[in-house]
Structure formats: C-alpha cells, structure tokens
Design a protein around this ligand. Sequence first.
Ligand SMILES: *Cc1c(COP(=O)(O)O)cnc(C)c1O
Length: 837
Amino acid sequence: MNFKPLEKSNPREDLTELPALGLGSKAIAEDIRHYFARTLGRDKNCRSTHYPYVALALSLRDRLMDRWKNTRYAYDEQDSRRSYYLSMEFLMGRTLGNAMLNLGITDKTTKALYTLGLELEEIAESEHDAGLGNGGLGRLAACFLDSCATLQLPVKGYGIRYEYGMFRQDIDQGHQIEEPDHWLRDGNPWELERPEYTQRVQFGGRSEFYSDASGKMRVRWVDTHDVLAVPYDIPIPGYKNDTVNTLRLWSADATDVFDLDEFNAGDYTESVAAKNAAENITMVLYPNDASENGKELRLRQQYFLASASLKDVIRDWCRLHGDDFSQFAAKSCFQLNDTHPSISVAELMRLLMDEHGMDWDQAWSITSSSMAYTNHTLLPEALERWSVSLFKQLLPRLLEIIYEINARFMAQVAQRWPGDNERMRRMSIIEEGGDPQIRMAYLAIVGSFSINGVAELHSRLLTEGLFNDFYQLWPERFNNKTNGVTQRRWLAGCNRPLGELLNATIGEGWVCDLPQLKQLIPHAAKAKFRKQWHAVKQQNKQRLADLVEADCGVRFDTEAMFDVQVKRIHEYKRQLLNVLHVIHLYDRIKRGDTDNWTPRCVLIGGKAAPGYQMAKLIIKLVNNVANVVNNDPDVGDKLKLAFLPNYRVSAMEIIAPGTDLSEQISTAGKEASGTGNMKFMMNGAVTIGTLDGANIEIREEAGDDNFFLFGLTAEQVNEQREGYDPQSIIENDEAFSRVMQLLRCGHFSQFEPGLFDPIIGSISSPHDPWMVAADFSSYIEAQQRVSEAYRDQERWTRMSIINSATSGKFSTDRTMLEYNEQIWKLEMVPPLPLNGK
Ligand SMILES: *Cc1c(COP(=O)(O)O)cnc(C)c1O
C-alpha cells in the first residue's frame, strides 16, 4: 500500500470535522436504508437476515466512530499514562447487542427496525460469535475491556485476529466432532483495518555484532524471515459515556520482498506460494484450555503478538515524544494475560537496546517497571515451557537476551542465598536437562513489578507453593485481583426481564455500580416482589428450555429445577461427579425411592480440547446417560439430562438467566477463580460448590445459608492424597456402589462394551488427581439439601434474590479499579466533546 505523506495538500485540514449523528430511531432507520440500498446494493428481493444485520451494524459503527476519535484525541492531549492488555485470547462473543446497550439506544434501534418491518431478535441472530478464545481467560479479557471503557481508563487491548476461532462443536452419536469456525467468511462489520500501522516481525536469522558511530558495541538481528503484522481495530464502547477504547488484533501477511529475495526469478510461483507460510501464523486459535502443547507455530503466534504490539506502542510513543524515552516507563504499563505473551519481557529489552540504542541497565529499568503478570492456573500441565533449541532456531536474539536476564537474576539469588545451589537450580529461568527448557512463568516473574493471582485462595496458593521461592525474594511484587464479569453484558444485556424489574425496584444505578444490588435485600422478604422475581425466572427458563429443545431434542419442564454445569470439559472441573449424581438419582427412581421428589432438568455443556481423550469420553458418557434416562418411561418428568452442543458466549447469554442451580464442583485448589460462577450468581442462580477459586468469596458474600457447600478443602485434598483409597470409599457407600455397578455392568454402554472402562478406572484409582470419589457422598448429601430447598419455592426465590443482591463484588468494574489503584495507576480521561454537544 502507498502511504506517501501529504505535502502539496494541506495536511492540517481535519477531514473528520462533521456534525454528530442522531441517536433517534428516525436517524437510525434512515442510515439502515442507506447502507442496505446504497453501500450493500440490496433490494426488496433480498430475503436474508444478513444484509439488514450488516446495514444495522454499519449504522451503529458510524455512531461509534466520532466517539472513538474523540477518545483518542483526549488521550493524546492529556498525554496520559496508558495500559496495554496483552492477551492471546479475547472471547468477545457478539458485538451488536453490546454496542446498542452501551450507546443507550437499544429501544430506539428496536423501533427503527420495526418501522422497517424488521425484528431485532431475528436480525441479531445473523452475527457470528467472535470466538477468539478458549474459555474463562479469554472471556475475562473481554469483560476487562468493557469495564475499562466504562471507567474511562486509557487501556488498549492487543491480541490476534485468528481466521478460525474456537472450533464449533457438533455431537454425533454422543461423540464430539470439531468443525472449523470460519467466523470471518461473511465479513466483520465491527473491525477497521489499519494497514498504515503495519509492523514487521522477524523470525530466524542470527545476531551480528557491530560498533556504532560512537564506538559502542551493538547487536543487530540479520538474515531474518519477516512477516507483516496488519492491525484490525475493534471499537470498545463504554456505557453511555461517549468513551470508545480500542482492541487491536494483528493479522499476519507475507512481505512481498523476502519472497523475491529468497527465491530467484525462476521460482516466481514458489515465492508467491510462500505467502501461505507467513499467513499461517494467525490462521487458527489453539483449542487447548489449561494445557500447553509446545507446537512451534504457537511460539510463533506468541512472539508475533508480543513484537507487533510492543513495536506499535513504541511507534505511538515516538509520535508524541520523539526518541525521548525518559518518561516511557512512567507512562506505560503492560499487563500480561498469563505467560502466553511473556516473551514481551525479552522483546522490549531487544527493542530498547538494539533498535533504540539503550544500554542494558536503562532497558532493564524500563522493562521491569512496566511489565505486570497475571497467573491463571496452578495446574502443572498448563505451565508453559519452550525448548531452548526451538528458541535458538526461531528467536536466536531473544534467547541471548533471556540468557543474560537469567545470568543477572542468578547472581541476585546467589547474593541472597549464598551457596544454595539447589535453590538456584529451582529458580533458574532455564530448566537444565537433556533438552533444556525456558520456564516462561519465571521469565514473566523476573521481568515484572507486579504478579497477581485471580482469586484470594489462588493468590495465596501461588505464594505458598508454585512461586514460593520468588515470594521469599520479592514479597512486595505479589498481590491478588479477584476476577469479575461485566454486568452490562451478563445482566443488563442478557437478562432484560430481570433488568427491568431491578430498574423498577432500585433504579438503574446498578448498571455502573453493581454493589447497589444490595438494596434488593429487604425486597426478598416481600411476597409480591418474590412473585415478580419468580415470574421473571420462569420466563427465562422457558427461553432456555426452547434452546435445549431446539439443540438437544430434549423437553425441559420449567416447573422442574434447572441444574446447570457449562464450562470447558476438564477432569479437574469434575463434570464426572455431576454425572455420578444423575446416575444416583436415576437409580433412586428405578428403586422407587421417590418420596418428596424434586424434578430436575440437568444441563451439561462445554468443549473438550481435541486431543484430550478423557474429556471427550466424559462427553460421550453424558450423552449415553442422557439417552437412557430420557427414554426410560419409569423416569418421566422426574429427571432429564441433556448435553448442550457448542457452548459459547451467545449460548451462555441464554443459559445463565434460566438457571436455578449453578454447579461449581471442581477439586478444591484447582480452579483458579472461575467466572461462570459469577454470571450465574448475578442472574439469581444458587451455587452448589466446593471451597475453590472465587466460590469461597461468593459464599462469603451470599452467606452460608444461600450457598450449598460440600467437599474437601484444598488443604484436606493434599493431606488425603496419601493413603487415598477410592475402592474402599465405594464399597462402604451403598449408593456409590450401586452407581459404579450400573457403570461397570454396561448399563450406559449396551452396544459399546468396555467403552467407559477408562472412566471407571480413573474414579477407582488411588492416584486419581481429582479425587472424585472422595467428594461423592458429601456432594450427594448437599444435592439432597438442594432438592429440599427447591421444594419450598418461597425459600428458593428468597435465596435466588439474595444471591443476585450480594453479587456486587463480582463486577469487573471493581476488578479494574483494583488493578488501576494498585498496578496501573491511570487517570480517568473523558473523551473530547462531540460536535454540537
Ligand atoms: C464465562 C465463560 C467461561 C468460563 O466459565 P468457568 O465456569 O469459569 O470455567 C467459559 N466459556 C464461556 C463461553 C463463558 O462465557
């Protein structure tokens, strides 16, 4: 592309001086017509919902555009300190509903569409989810951006524009089938390509030493294979405050130059074909949640994100400050979302030294006072390590820098603990051995001024276990930031019936100040209010029942308890324990033990990583049990089980409002925080859960009476691991024995003998890391208490109200204010006023 600067023309003329667009239904309807007929060129014969959707999206995007520019101008004018949220995942879901909500024009837009003969709900279904993430970590990043824009904090997200997001999950005969998610096929009206800010990212090659004009020894990285990073910007609107922040996603593109250098003219076609290799980098999201896979392409993606983003920040810095970096660290903060972008520590060192002429100490002072690291897991299989040999070949200059960082760090350790070689070995960024590895978490810790976990328990366990050596060295770096979710999407947007009841009861303040929900507490004692609350829940349950019937072919009766567990399928999350309970209920029905029965509809959903065999087998088990239970005439409406395929953000927007019971049953000490638990609580579900992650804080807020607790604590899990004997636990528990007998005799695998042997083996194994059997009886007993509570509908509704009323802590507005007060220290910057405002 040709970006020749304006010279003869007057470059100071601001072409963006325009009157602000109207937010009324008439103005919106006119624009929809304009885009539909003129820009998209459709006519009355167009029968698809897609083009009206695009016309609507473009009309709303126009209204974001002026606000976006005025937000950028304000940040520049104030020269404010800024934060950059670096994340390999942003699980954004759909944008349309959120854009309308935050612009405050949902009703006006609905009316505009209505005057055009269009139904908003139908049109909105045209939008693909932006599934650029696996689960909680990616959705957290999306919620953070919403809260930062609402709080008017100058925070920019940096991520990757994967051509294929999280795979679509189909279920075939009970098995998970992965289908590619080509979400950009129909175009994406919400993104704005910014080729003028393209960056060049280097791979391969070698380091070359040279002395510069002043005789200083310097290094340059040469003979590299370069890839272009092209940015696409997504607007992130704040709630009714005219702020629009930016999510910048990088897409890989081939450089035209290196192809022709690489091959001689005769290899023209091959050199054009080499484009593929470059563009592969951003082709697909790795679908592993909570496990690393060590693939070279993944390391390429990580470096691609880090390098392009840091170069972009530095480019913008130089636009405002020239090459004076004295204030760079004072005005910039990089938040690393897990270790995935932690190569940024070495890359910022490289850029400051090799490309901006700094010496080591200067560069290190800037880097180590601008990086902050968030840890998301204690699971050892999720801790990223990259082999030194891969680094040497792919990122040789970065390896040199990591070695130097480690050498200086080891000297510090030796000074603090003289002669403690064992500790040096433990703490080294380089794990020695036959195939030495780089421990990315340690690189992140050494290079950061702040290290946080994502719930109180998790942050404490980090300092006591995984990172204890580092905690002893630098206790002041460690802190907690309990996760949250944005109540704009997860309450106001997805549960309009409840939102309206809340507005009518306590006003609208909760939308930007969630703790105001506690004003609901006195209303829980009023029968009339409970009736209204119950009616809203029933309406939402009907919507969920319709989804389940459409996607699973199973009828849920809204009078039954809706018992839901949706999240990634993982052994630590213990979907198995949930299935064992369902089998137990089935067994009771078959035995005729059904006095005072509480009908239940159990819904389980979630994706398994494609290579995670046990997780896939658990999906198959859920489907097989569902088949038996739902087709047994003895069972009838007493019990239903359904597996919901393709769990994703837009599905959760229907699921959370329609749920009575939220299943948060991970092995204590394994779930870092959880955020699904918070979405359910906000929408008035009651939790059954272990003392794990943020469940602990949820129970503290809701009170013991409004939370169904069971299971071992994290400490007990560790104590009881030794001498753990599930066989004898099963033998000594009548109900448990019967459940295991049904599994063993093939009751749920009549035509697939032995299919579930690995599951039976895992539950019965003394080495089961997830201790399923240890919590079985406690879980069954807690579920019995749940059933009794549900039978008293007045009591249940009171619990439901109290849960919602006490969910104020779990807004990402609170989380972001804590990050800001303790880590980022940004000032709130309002945008410049709109023209004519
Ligand atoms: C909230 C959310 C998650 C996280 O759920 P957990 O129960 O915290 O694991 C995962 N996926 C989607 C689509 C979500 O909306």
